[in-house]
Design a protein around this ligand. Structure first.
Ligand code: CUO
Length: 632
């Protein structure tokens, strides 16, 4: 049977099935309703689903079930926005469940998954519910396509006799392509999951309740700026120069990319991009999308001109200042662009349509009935080297604004009475100080949720990723009344989510489907912890660790609902914020490095005030073959 029949009957796993009104079942499967229901859950508890009158979903229904779905494509995101509106508009949980069940097998599965996940994330009754990792639902977006025939073979065996299918790190290119040196980073499952989740938490179109979030535009700038900073460091570790901004859109894109992932649902695969492909004007009736490279250029020029004027023009023809506190947030929404842009007519949709122009450069007019490549989907975009070239350009626009802002004075940077005396970093199990260690590790992902084979049970893919030895920081501080030592563990990071949230802990045995969601509370937005530090080099990559202690009274944000924080997904607040709360730090994101240094500062050492300090740290990489994860 085709996939759509199954989730209808499977609310949680083996022990419960939905008991649906006849009308919910698509015509073809109506005669099979009871036999299907028995087949997936004979003897299981039946959960009744209400019968409701569904609002108009004709717009999202326009996307063919076998098509691909791109959040960056204007027509697709209008469909998603409508669907999110329908789900968010349901008066209670029963109606919401009924609406989801009723629409599930009629809609394009990617579109459904996106809109349903956004609604689950934002409805008060379900916001603390765990959403299964996308890699389990659509493994085809994350893993080598050669894997799926092998997975099919594994399902011929009983679950306890199945073996994990190994995926090599080198499946997309060879070392003849120098960009391939970064494939381990760009194609990392956790990295791509983070990006997908980020865009799920911060949609740019939909009802106010899902789009209007505190400082969302600024966070768009900051999270992607941090990705760029990290990617550049990762390049240096691999003896490659920093990313070249993609600024001349009439020139060929030097870097090709052949994704070698496949789609199990859509009929069109992920198209490759050959070396030196050029962008063209986009005129694709099949996606209802039409724009020229000139449009992108015009929007870029308008945005830059208004950044330099220090103000933007809103839809009523009035000027709004790009102020020190609000400017970056306004620009984030303008450049992305989100529905919160002050003037989409004037400033357009630069970043999103740049993704589309690149994603469709192999068939800009749809002549070959091809659809977008990996750049068209937040779950896959970071695999492609051109993602970083595009975002280097986008980041540069934000930096143009940042250099117009007043520089921080020592008064704003210092914290009187506090001096950082020394910093030490200690890796667990190693005698040396200020040395960090990375290596290759293997982890398993269960693909069975995303595979429609008749035999159920876990099917594991085993892939290789970067990992580091845990370490801790010791920060010695003198204060007005004496000395104190501040210890911090590498796992305390406010940018990462724990390893277990990226890869469920499968070593403990086959997870019980009823337990896994509870056990591995998956709030997926956050940098994957296994990528906390860059790869380093075998001889030790020289870095500086910077520590700053700032004044909490100046940073703190009064949020009435902060008492609920314990229940929130708050591991990676720096990149993802806290759901339904204000961003928990009042300073500009990127402080104190988001602006030009004050006059006279030429080196990082010149920049320091007593509440800051630097220490030299070397990152050593062990290139030995990957080790399986060792559990405690
Ligand atoms: Cu996250 Cu361009 O915004 O991909």
């Amino acid at each position: 049977f085709e996939r759509p029949t199954e989730p209808l009957f499977y609310p949680k796993g083996d022990n419960e099935v939905f008991d649906m009104p006849e009308d919910f079942v698509t015509d073809r499967f109506k005669p099979l309703k009871s036999s299907l229901s028995d087949r997936v859950g004979a003897g299981a508890k039946k959960i009744p689903v209400k019968k409701i009158n569904l609002p108009d979903i004709s717009l999202p229904l326009q996307l063919d079930r076998k098509a691909k779905f791109s959040l960056f494509m204007p027509s697709h995101r209008r469909m998603a926005a409508r669907l999110i509106e329908v789900y968010m508009g349901m008066k209670d949980l029963d109606d919401f469940t009924a609406a989801a069940v009723q629409t599930r097998d009629r809609l394009n599965p990617y579109l459904f998954n996106y809109a349903y996940s956004v609604a689950l994330n934002h409805r008060s009754e379900t916001r603390n519910l765990n959403i299964p990792p996308l890699v389990e639902v659509f493994p085809d977006k994350f893993l080598d396509k050669g894997l799926f025939p092998a997975a099919k073979v594994e399902t011929s065996f009983d679950t306890d006799q199945r073996e994990p299918i190994e995926i090599t790190v080198d499946y997309t290119a060879s070392d003849l392509d120098q960009e391939h040196r970064l494939a381990y980073f760009r194609e990392d499952v956790g990295l791509n999951l983070h990006h997908w989740h980020w865009h799920l938490v911060y949609p740019y179109e939909g009802p106010d309740s899902v789009v209007k979030k505190d400082r969302r535009g600024e966070l768009f700038y900051y999270m992607h700026q941090q990705v760029m900073a990290r990617y550049n460091t990762e390049r240096l570790c691999n003896h490659l120069p920093r990313v070249k901004r993609f600024i001349n859109w009439r020139e060929p894109i030097e870097e090709g990319y052949f994704p070698k992932i496949d789609t199990l649902v859509a009929t069109r695969s992920w198209a490759p991009r050959f070396n030196n492909t050029k962008l063209s004007d986009v005129y694709r009736e099949i996606d209802n999308s039409k724009f020229d490279i000139q449009d992108l250029e015009r929007w870029r020029d308008r945005i830059l001109a208004d950044i330099h004027r220090g103000r933007v023009e809103n839809g009523d023809g009035q000027f709004e200042e790009l102020s020190e506190t609000e400017g970056i947030n306004m620009l984030g929404n303008i450049i992305e662009a989100s529905v919160l842009s002050v003037n989409r007519n004037l400033y357009g949709d630069l970043h999103n349509l740049g993704h589309v122009a690149i994603a469709i450069c192999h068939d800009p007019e749809g002549k070959h009935l091809e659809t977008f490549s990996v750049m068209g989907d937040p779950a896959t975009a970071m695999r492609d080297p051109v993602f970083y070239r595009w975002h280097a350009f986008i980041d540069d626009l934000f930096q143009e604004h940042k250099i117009t802002l007043p520089r921080y004075t020592t008064q704003q940077l210092r914290y009187s009475g506090i001096t950082v005396k020394s910093i030490e970093v200690q890796t667990e199990g190693k005698p040396e100080k200020n040395k960090l260690f990375t290596f290759w590790q293997q982890s398993d992902v269960d693909l069975s949720r995303g595979l429609d084979f008749s035999q159920r049970g876990a099917v594991l893919a085993r892939f290789t990723h970067l990992q580091h030895r845990p370490f801790s920081y010791k920060i010695m501080v003198s204060v007005k009344n004496g000395k104190t030592t501040i210890p911090r563990k590498s796992t305390d990071s406010s940018v990462t989510i724990p390893y277990e949230k990226t890869f469920r802990n499968l070593e403990s045995g086959r997870p019980n489907p009823g337990e896994q969601l509870e056990q591995f509370n998956y709030c997926g937005c956050g940098w994957p912890h296994h990528l906390l530090i860059c790869k380093g080099t075998s001889e030790g990559f020289a870095c500086q660790l910077f520590v700053m202690i700032s004044d909490f009274n100046q940073d703190k944000v009064e949020d009435k609902s902060s008492g609920q924080r314990a229940n929130q997904c708050a591991d990676a607040v720096s990149y993802c914020g806290i759901r339904n709360q204000l961003y928990p730090d009042k300073r500009s994101m990127g402080f104190p490095f988001d602006r030009q240094p004050r006059e006279g500062v030429e080196t990082i050492e010149d920049f320091l005030t007593p509440n800051m300090r630097l220490v030299d740290v070397a990152i050593h990489h062990d290139n030995a073959p990957a080790r399986p994860r060792v559990t405690a």
